[in-house]
Design a protein around this ligand. Structure first.
Ligand code: AMP
Ligand code: MG
Length: 326
């Protein structure tokens, strides 16, 4: 039934291993336009197309030896930018002559793409500018009444959107958005990885990133997020001092819960456990947002290695680059 909705040009929100997606046929410009309308997404922000098999990319894009090599991470949380073929309407790619290709590993996403028989264009299933949805309850809050079907796949495994790469040459990639396929994993496969400036820095007004979506305020809850940069003891003592201030909530590591007892807390997993931090981050931001008393959220700034780089990138955007050195 959901596959039929896609084939008929409708919208289906569906689970993937990264975050929930908002899908429509990638071969129909009308269907793609519905996605932009449902999300309130600017039309220059292109969509990722989701395929059942890495080999299907040749039908929609011009592949390369670098793509073939990267496809060893597929199915999985990786998106590769390739020159597009004409069959993909330009409304899907925001007018660009490239297309973003991904092969999700979530069984529901795979089954949906296979039975639809068309590639599925799908951005994250949230209203534009808000944190992505990692539970079906959050998708319902955001998208009920705006889509034809919502499929329930429980909690998203990774919790952060896919890694986006732009290959150049046979062994080099530019990292446009960090995710669960990390720089370290790509380097271990022999790739040279260059970080796009938009991954770690705020762009100047008018500066255009290679992934157009990276220029928009993103992942942002209503409350002001402030990231605390300092060693563990300094962050803890700042939280102890400021945690009782009016409207303050704290995102903390499990080990610190006792020392911060009595304050408004969200536990994000054990210190050093980036997998749990990633898995919980967007849900925690949304849970805090649901409490209208929360005006300021303090969170520890993660280190930039491995999955930490993706956490750093999302948190910096959620915080509007607001960092307090402690
Ligand atoms: P989302 O759909 O929320 O996962 O965001 C998709 C991201 O992929 C956005 O940041 C887009 O700008 C980026 N993207 C999609 N297609 C392309 C493309 N052809 N070239 C560069 N970035 C792209
Ligand atoms: Mg998104």
């Amino acid at each position: 039934m959901a596959a039929e909705v896609i084939r008929n040009g409708g919208l289906v929100a569906f689970p993937t291993e990264t975050v929930y997606g908002l899908g429509a046929s990638a071969l129909s410009s009308k269907a793609a336009e519905k996605i932009f309308a449902a999300k309130g997404r600017p039309s220059d922000n292109p969509l990722i197309i989701h395929l059942a098999d890495p080999g299907d990319a040749t039908r929609y894009a011009i592949t390369s030896p670098a793509y073939d090599k990267l496809s060893r991470f597929m199915p999985g949380p990786l998106t590769v930018i390739l020159p597009k073929r004409d069959i993909i309407p330009s409304s899907v790619t925001g007018g660009l002559d490239t297309v973003a290709v991904r092969v999700p590993s979530h069984p529901i996403a795979c089954a949906l793409i296979r039975s639809a028989g068309v590639p599925i264009a799908a951005p994250s299933a949230n209203r534009s500018g808000k944190p992505s949805c990692t539970t079906v309850e959050h998708v319902i809050q955001e998208m009920d009444g705006r889509v034809d079907v919502i499929l329930d796949g429980g909690e998203s495994d990774v919790g952060l959107e896919s890694t986006i790469l732009l290959p150049f040459g046979d062994h080099s990639v530019k990292l446009l958005r960090p995710g669960a396929i990390t720089v370290e994993m790509l380097e271990a496969e022999g790739f040279t990885v260059i970080l796009d400036k938009a991954v770690t820095e705020r762009l100047a007004d008018g500066e255009i990133p290679l992934a157009p979506g990276m220029k928009y305020r993103h992942y942002a809850p209503e409350a002001q997020v402030i990231l605390l940069d300092g060693d563990h003891e300094a962050v803890l003592s700042y939280m102890q001092n400021r945690g009782d201030d009016c409207g303050v909530a704290l995102i903390i590591y499990e080990e610190d819960a006792e020392k911060l007892c009595g304050k408004r807390l969200k536990v994000i997993g054990k210190r050093g456990d980036s997998l749990t931090y990633a898995h919980r981050l967007f849900a925690v931001l949304r849970e805090l947002d649901a409490d209208s008393d929360v005006k300021v959220i303090y969170a520890p700034l993660p280190a930039k290695d491995n999955l930490g780089l993706a956490l750093y990138n999302r948190l910096m955007k959620a915080a509007g680059y607001s960092v307090k050195t402690v």
